[in-house]
Design a protein around this ligand. Structure first.
Ligand code: 5GP
Ligand code: ZN
Length: 118
């Protein structure tokens, strides 16, 4: 299930523009859009266009992509006024990590004081 698109994947459909979302950045490799149920004033999801089910499915060839997602996170953090005050980038991996959507994504969270993880 690791490939260019997965027909039944909601985030593949968002990346393809087949399901509407509030896109804040996109290019040939990634799409960033606002989370539909934000838990912070800024809550953006950054996804690769490539369907990767979860973080454990990355391979060495995905290394540049994972790094690039973090460059995009910092760019968006600057644009949304978070670069100085601080923010969080989070990946939830599989069941006990709290993953609900099985297309790799990173949450960019900020705009309020975030609590220590537990
Ligand atoms: P996870 O728990 O998998 O790390 O996070 C999935 C996130 O995707 C959740 O924060 C949830 O609100 C968000 N989400 C789920 N479905 C949609 C959708 O259709 N559109 C948008 N914009 N966000 C979604
Ligand atoms: Zn997908």
């Amino acid at each position: 299930s690791k490939g260019r698109v997965a027909e039944d994947c909601i985030f593949c459909q968002i990346a393809a523009g087949k399901i509407p979302s509030e896109v804040v950045y996109q290019d040939d490799r990634v799409v960033a859009f606002k989370d539909i149920r934000p838990v912070a004033p800024v809550h953006i999801l950054i996804i690769p266009r490539k369907h990767i089910p979860d973080l454990t499915a990355i391979t060495p060839e995905d290394g540049d992509l994972i790094g690039y997602i973090h460059l995009v996170a910092v760019k968006l953090a600057r644009e949304f006024g978070l670069a100085d005050r601080g923010f969080r980038v989070v990946n939830n991996c599989k069941e006990e990590g709290g993953q609900a959507v099985y297309h790799l994504h990173f949450h960019l969270l900020g705009g309020r004081q975030l609590q220590i993880l537990g």
